[in-house]
Ligand binder design. Sequence first.
Ligand code: FE2
Ligand code: FE2
Length: 132
Amino acid sequence: MITQDQLPMVAMPSMNDTHLEDILIINKLSKAAQNKDFDGTKGMLKELIEHTIVHFSGEEEMMREKNFPPYPIHKAEHDRVLNELTSVAKNFEEGEGDFLLITAYVDGSLAPWLVHHIETLDTVTAAFLQTS
Ligand SMILES: [Fe+2]
Ligand SMILES: [Fe+2]
């Protein structure tokens, strides 16, 4: 669970909007897993993966357009997390509902990673894009 006031703000409003959508989906996913709702958890995992693809590729496109020098570092972090999320979703479905896997991953790994990622790489990226 990430509350709106825990969400770091960056210099680009469009990125903030995407991040807010992201935490709303993450919170719904966490809740569905806590409630042991298989279809709900599966559905929110799908929604989160789709949203994450759009979120990450949108930032990557802006970075490429403006030749942001640390692009490869930022892109590598996105790829790593998207692969991890996809594999957790696959394990959940194949394991027919390991809800503990989802709550441990979302609350213990993904949510803290997202806040840290926004505070660091996204913050630096938004500041650069805004002024270039
Ligand atoms: Fe982001
Ligand atoms: Fe990012």
